[in-house]
Structure formats: structure tokens, C-alpha cells
Design a protein around this ligand. Sequence first.
Ligand SMILES: NC(=O)c1ccc[n+]([C@@H]2O[C@H](COP(=O)([O-])OP(=O)(O)OC[C@H]3O[C@@H](n4cnc5c(N)ncnc54)[C@H](OP(=O)(O)O)[C@@H]3O)[C@@H](O)[C@H]2O)c1
Length: 249
Amino acid sequence: MTRQKILITGASSGLGAGMARSFAAKGRDLALCARRTERLDELKAELSQQYPGITVAVAALDVNDHEQVPKVFGELSDELGCLDRVIVNAGIGKGARLGSGKVWANKATLETNLVAALVQIETALEMFAKSGSGHLVLISSVLGARGVPGVKASYAASKAGMRSLGESLRAEYRRGPIKVSVIEPGYIESEMTARSNSTLFMVDNATGVKALVDAIEREPGRAAVPWWPWAPLVQLMRILPPPLTKFFA
Ligand SMILES: NC(=O)c1ccc[n+]([C@@H]2O[C@H](COP(=O)([O-])OP(=O)(O)OC[C@H]3O[C@@H](n4cnc5c(N)ncnc54)[C@H](OP(=O)(O)O)[C@@H]3O)[C@@H](O)[C@H]2O)c1
């Protein structure tokens, strides 16, 4: 089944913008949102020029403004006619070692990556329930597999929470009509990874986005991307003694 009308949150940079370019190249119509609207306008101009046959709708959205999420999703859906796939991608990588006194950083990450993701999930499910079908994609992380020491503890918790919500939904909708995929990227070049010290098996944006989009199109229950080396490494992470998880963070 081709999911023609795709909404992506956090589409102004990194994986979100990369996925938008990749789906546009496949002829899909796009609804793109983020806070930096000038980036979205530039992306819309680029895609509309390159692929004149597709529709690209853009909107300002801070996912932490919970009342705005259903409003903006609804407006974008109206502009495209409906939504066949929603990719919950907006996220941040702020964080501090637990107990270091910077609760604001850890709280911000859990609020954006998990609480705001929940609001996007609830909104997408309501829309899909009305239209009768849809594909919900949750961009988690390989770090959702295990708790890690240091500055990424709350980030890992936020992504584990997302993975858990995805698992619950897969049980909830095991007979359809809504499909749910949890995608767990390894390290892929983006603005987020540019601000981080972790480069473990890092791939460039184009390689990572291709793996991401190929996985999304297969509509798996869950997938680590790129498959190599991350699918086996995620299995390894689950059984490692806690102190050794630091090598992945
Ligand atoms: N790159 C990786 O290696 C990697 C690995 C695993 C998982 N991920 C996940 O992939 C997703 C995308 O990250 P990225 O690597 O592409 O980072 P990025 O380049 O920093 O992009 C993050 C995107 O999220 C948006 N965003 C952040 N806070 C937002 C808010 N409050 N409201 C709306 N949009 C918001 C940003 O847009 P504005 O600032 O314009 O709002 C931006 O478009 C994240 O969920 C991240 O956790 C990335």
C-alpha cells in the first residue's frame, strides 16, 4: 500500500528534512511542521521546484504547545485532503548527568521527546480512527533499548518510553486498521549529532535517511536502522552489564 499523504514533525532539519526530501522524490504529498518556519519555507520551495507534481504544506508547530498539535495536524490534513502516515520525529538531545543539578535539561528532553510525542500519537490515532486507517511511525532510538550513564540518561528514557508506547499500540491494533512502527536509528549525521560527542558507527545523513525511509516503507513493528550494525548491537545492549552500556552513549 502506498501511503501518499505523509505528515512529519521536526521537518526543519536533520532526519525530518531528509525524510521529507526522500518521500518527495517518491512522489508523496507532504505536511511538514517545526518551529523554524523559515527552514520549512525553504524546504517547501526546494521540493516544489524539484517535484512540481506533489503538494507540500508547511506549518509552525511547537510540539510542547499541546493544544496546537491537533489544531495544526487538522489544518495540514485539510490542506492535503487526509493523512495516511504520521511520523513522530520532533526531538531534542539536551541532557545532564542525573543528580548534577540541571533538572531543566533532563525535563525538557522528556517533555519534548515523550510527553509531546504522546500528544502527537493521540492526535494521529484520533485522525486515523476517523479516516479508517493510517500508519503511525515513532522515531525512537537505539538508546531506547537500555539505560545509559551520563548526559544521555533522560534521552534514553524518553526513547524507551516511546518504544513502549509503540509496543502497547501494536498490541492494541494487532488486527488493524492502524499500523504502528517504532524506528530505532543509530547515530546519523544531523544538527543533534553535531552537538554531541558520540560518533559510534555514525553514518552520513543520506545513508541514514535512506535506511530510515526504506524501513518505514516496509512498515515493520520495530526496526533498528541502519540494520547493520545496529540490529545485532541492540540485542547485545539488552544483555550487557549496566556499566558497559556507556560505550553506546
Ligand atoms: N540523528 C541521530 O543520530 C538520531 C538517532 C536516534 C534518534 N534520533 C531522533 O531523530 C529525531 C530527529 O533528530 P535529528 O537527529 O534529525 O535532530 P535535529 O537535526 O536537531 O532535528 C530535530 C528536529 O526536531 C524539531 N524540534 C525540536 N524541538 C521541537 C519542538 N518543541 N517542537 C517542534 N519541533 C521540534 C526541530 O525543529 P525546530 O527546532 O525548527 O522546531 C528539528 O526539525 C529525534 O527524535 C531524535 O531523537 C536521531
